[in-house]
Design a protein around this ligand. Structure first.
Ligand code: 5GP
Length: 197
């Protein structure tokens, strides 16, 4: 897919997805820290907060009952069970308000969520974050050492399926280096990456 040719009107919403362990979280953290011109959507999740995570900054942390209520009230633009355990979802009203305010919105979500956004908001831009190679994806997943061997195996099987989804996306960015990938994404969003030395 040619990254420099736009075939759609800009909706103000960009969806970033990609396989497990490709570094979506690292890229979105880099964007949060370096590109205030991007409005990074804060998801709701039933996952417990990790040390250092802040309510309303990294996620809105919800109980299962609170999450059920958001789903029932139609307040989620998309939601999914990720890695078979916790639920994650995008709050519809916060995204709509940011778009209405003219902000450039970025959703960093999993593939199931990206497909739902494509149904609800086909005019959005869909960006696939790809590893430089399969070998590198395995290295990143095993290297971070946060999952058991069995869980690593399960996630690599999932990653194979997720990599096959690349043609569903408008653009592909290779996550070879986080700062470079983030700058490419911000440029794709039509924003000028501020100069960093
Ligand atoms: P983590 O628990 O490591 O923060 O995130 C786990 C996964 O959940 C990542 O793949 C991330 O992209 C995905 N995720 C985070 N927020 C959302 C969301 O609002 N919707 C969906 N579908 N996935 C999300």
């Amino acid at each position: 897919m040619e990254n420099t040719v736009r075939t759609k009107a800009r909706s103000g919403v960009t969806v970033l997805a990609g396989p497990t362990a490709v570094g979506k979280g690292t890229v979105s953290t880099f964007i949060r820290d370096n590109y205030p011109q991007v409005w990074l959507s804060v998801s709701a999740t039933t996952r417990p907060a990790r040390p250092g995570e802040v309510e309303g900054v990294h996620y809105f942390f919800k109980t299962a009952e609170e999450f059920d209520a958001l789903v029932a009230a139609g307040e989620l633009l998309e939601w999914a069970v990720v890695h078979g355990v916790n639920r994650y979802g995008t709050l519809r009203s916060t995204v709509e308000d940011a778009v209405a305010a003219g902000r450039s919105v970025l959703l960093e979500i999993d593939l199931q969520g990206a497909r739902q956004v494509k149904q609800a908001m086909p005019e959005a831009d869909f960006v696939f974050l790809s590893p430089p190679s399969w070998h590198e994806l395995v290295r990143r997943l095993v290297g971070r050492g946060t999952e058991s061997a069995q869980e690593q195996h399960r996630r690599l099987e999932t990653a194979k399926l997720e990599l096959a989804a690349q043609p569903e996306f408008d653009y592909t960015i290779i996550n070879d280096e986080v700062g470079r990938a983030a700058a490419e994404l911000v440029t794709l969003m039509g924003l000028t990456p501020s100069h960093r030395d």
